[in-house]
Design a protein around this ligand. Structure first.
Ligand code: 3H9
Length: 670
């Protein structure tokens, strides 16, 4: 097998080049090739400096994650980077694209770093539940200071080349198109400079105030995760002990994280997210339909949010409403949202204007004729949706994709009113649609393969994580939400309180529990609107106007700042219903709440997979991570069930009388 590493001579400079697509991950062959090349450079008396660079779209994007958890071939990355740094001839990293994780650590071990203006450097290991384990936590603070090292290691966001240069992490910004030549010129400038600057030989003073402030500022963000604290501890260690001791500490912490469930879960999600965009029976080279203009029907909260996704990606949008007032309001909200983003510095004023300039508001339905994709975003009512699709069928050009933004309804039934069911698809956006990452792409019985492929591609362009779902009530996410809600309601009657149930969910890592979610979304959602017809606790709340946060009263009472507190009135209503229904009371434990609200979700996920309504278990996990805030360190419900043990989940479900999915019983979930 040919090595992904080759060398080229430019006079007294040895260029070491990696060609390991797609992202130059530092797999065994790359590490072996680098080791041999560095040895060659050190041994050759005519070589005075070395440059390491990569072919393709990026500098090393890190260790090869697919090797984790398996026996690894030597040299290990920590040994390799030490060898690079030990070279008695200067080694220069020539960076383009993204120098991430192990890639950034290779760069840190080099004696100098040059980078193109568009390059980024980062240590995103924390997002995989890990820390930079090849000396990164020890070298980075020594080079860039404690505060930036904390930011980079514990949060994992990459930084731009200029910021890296300002912090001393990059020695020179070079030409975008002349990286190699500029790196060689740089090498010639420094080849004779002694002593050779080695990051590990530098010292960095402790900065307890920066550490305390950073930990305080990010407490919420890090809640539940193991890796951020380990990253912080390693950076702090770098300020307290010599390098060789620090790396030992780093190594031990890295191994602890690597063996743990959280990192396994986070690595699972890294690959699951990428896998989700692949459609089992649609070939990757399917010819896509061009989407140059999108139509959105409805300028309400959902329609407006959906439109913003496309506007932000530079795709023009025609937005249609029934009345001028609704249109103006919708357009106004979009502008206000963009301006708020600009005020926070996350958008430039000219970008706001560019986005608004690409929006065409109209009352004329016929304007949708020029759109390549039309997304209907009116309220959930089958008759209304059917009427709209009948009209669209008459207006839209041949080949246009007709999509419904529905959370529950049957796409096949909607498609059946058109003469082109092959062009009809579901696009289930999550609210707020301009923020939430998840998109369920609902594939109808007749949806054409190129329509699905186009949707998955488009999702990437608008920076969504898309998952293919089949036609089933509530698709993947909301269908799994239903058994959870049913059980949560039953538990209230049996003796639990909304506070207890929500607390268990939050302690599990969810952003909120089922009743907090009901209050946020609106207790009146889906309510029949007849205050005299009271059939359960929720009806009773709705009838009294306890519609949730918007009314400062729902399952909780709220003050003006929307701070919740337990409600005596809700306790009374629950007590009334306990009596009225004659429900036997028992002490509900936290474990019972887990078994009765979370296990049934896993069970429902298994049924969805058995019915072929999701392609793979990891897709179900992606839905819950990106659509509902399932804690990423638990890897999604299906991954979590595996870590709990299928046997334990099955026993828990059976104990409470649930009919258990066959694949869960047999442990054959895929
Ligand atoms: C580490 O370095 C540990 C060390 O500190 C210590 C060791 C001792 N390995 O994302 P894309 C695949 S931990 C293996 O779609 P983009 C990816 O699965 C690592 N494979 O492209 C996909 O495969 P497929 C720290 C990897 O342009 C394909 O490459 N580094 C790796 O949107 C394309 O990826 C990171 O965490 C990898 N490291 O984004 C960086 N990376 O085509 C992780 C990617 O079969 N990577 N693949 O689905 C990224 O953030 C993005 O991939 C990157 C490119 C920004 C580089």
């Amino acid at each position: 097998m040919t090595s992904p590493i080759r060398t080229e001579r430019h006079g007294d400079v040895l260029i070491i080049i990696s060609d390991n697509p797609p992202v130059n991950a530092l797999g065994a062959a790359v590490r072996q090739g680098l080791e041999a090349a560095i040895k060659q450079g050190v041994a050759d008396a005519s070589v005075e400096a070395m440059v390491i660079r990569c072919d393709g779209r990026t500098f090393f994007a890190g260790a090869d994650i697919t090797e984790f958890g398996k026996p690894m071939a030597e040299p290990f990355l920590p040994t390799l980077v030490d060898m690079v740094e030990a070279s008695d001839k200067p080694v220069i990293a020539a960076i383009h694209g993204t120098a991430l994780g192990g890639g950034c650590e290779v760069a840190l071990a080099c004696h100098y770093r040059v980078a193109t203006p568009s390059a980024k450097l980062g240590t995103p290991e924390v997002k995989l539940g890990l820390l930079p384990g090849a000396g990164g936590t020890q070298r980075l603070p020594r080079v860039a200071g404690v505060r930036l090292a904390l930011e980079m290691c514990a949060k994992g966001e990459p930084i731009a080349a200029q910021k890296a240069a300002d912090a001393g992490l990059v020695d020179r910004i070079v030409g975008e198109g002349s990286l190699e030549a500029d790196a060689i010129a740089f090498a010639r400038e420094v080849k004779a400079a002694r002593p050779i600057p080695r990051a590990s030989e530098r010292e960095v003073a402790p900065d307890p105030e920066a550490v305390a402030a950073f930990t305080r500022e990010n407490g919420r963000r890090f809640r539940g995760f193991d890796a951020p604290a380990a990253n912080i501890a390693c950076v702090v260690k770098a300020t307290a002990v010599p390098y060789h001791e620090g790396v030992q500490f780093e190594r031990a912490e890295f191994m602890k994280l690597m063996m743990g469930t959280q990192s396994a879960a986070q690595r699972h999600i890294f690959f699951a997210e990428r896998q989700a965009s692949k459609i089992d029976d649609v070939s990757a080279d399917t010819q896509l339909r061009a989407i140059n203009r999108v139509g959105v029907i409805g300028a309400g909260t959902m329609g407006g949010g959906i439109a913003m996704n496309f506007l932000s990606a530079g795709i023009p949008v025609t937005i249609v409403e029934m009345a001028q007032e609704a249109l103006d309001r919708g357009q106004g909200t979009i502008r206000k949202t963009y301006e708020a983003t600009a005020a926070k510095g996350r958008m430039k004023p000219d970008q706001v204007e560019a986005a608004m300039g690409a929006l065409t508001p109209t009352l004329d339905f016929a304007a949708l004729a020029e759109c390549d994709l039309v997304i209907e975003a009116v309220y959930e009512n089958m008759d209304v949706k059917k009427e709209i699709f009948t009209r669209l069928d008459g207006i839209c050009k041949p080949g246009a994709i007709l999509a419904s933004n529905t959370s529950y309804l049957n796409i096949d039934e909607i498609a059946a009113v058109t003469q082109r069911p092959q062009d009809v698809v579901g696009m289930h956006f999550f609210s707020p649609a301009n923020v939430m990452k998840l998109l369920e792409v609902v594939r109808g019985a007749q949806t054409a393969p190129d329509v699905i492929a186009t949707m998955m591609d488009l999702a990437k362009k608008i920076r969504k994580v898309a998952v293919v779902a089949g036609v089933t009530y509530g698709f993947i996410g909301n269908r799994m939400l239903m058994p959870r809600q049913v059980e949560a309601n039953k538990l209230l009657l049996e003796g639990a309180t909304p506070e207890q149930i929500d607390r268990v969910h939050v302690a599990f890592g969810m952003p909120m529990g089922p009743f907090q979610m009901a209050d946020l979304a609106g207790v009146d959602i889906g309510w029949h609107r007849d205050p005299t017809r009271i059939e359960n606790v929720r009806d009773a709340l709705a009838a009294e106007g306890r519609w949730g946060q918007k009314k400062q009263a729902g399952f909780y009472d709220y003050d003006e700042k929307r701070t919740p507190s337990a409600s005596a009135r809700v306790a009374e209503i629950i007590a009334e219903w306990r009596e009225k229904t004659g429900t036997p009371q028992h002490e509900v434990t936290d474990q019972e709440i887990v078994e009765r609200t979370l296990y049934p979700m896993v069970n429902e996920g298994a049924l969805i997979l058995e019915e072929g309504k999701a392609q793979r278990a990891s897709d179900v996990d992606v839905v819950w991570i990106y659509g509902y805030g399932w804690p990423v360190y638990r890897g999604g419900p299906m991954f979590w069930a595996k870590t709990e043990g299928y046997g334990k989940v099955v026993a828990g479900l059976e104990k409470h009388g649930f009919a258990v999915a066959q694949s869960l019983k047999a442990g054959t979930i895929k």
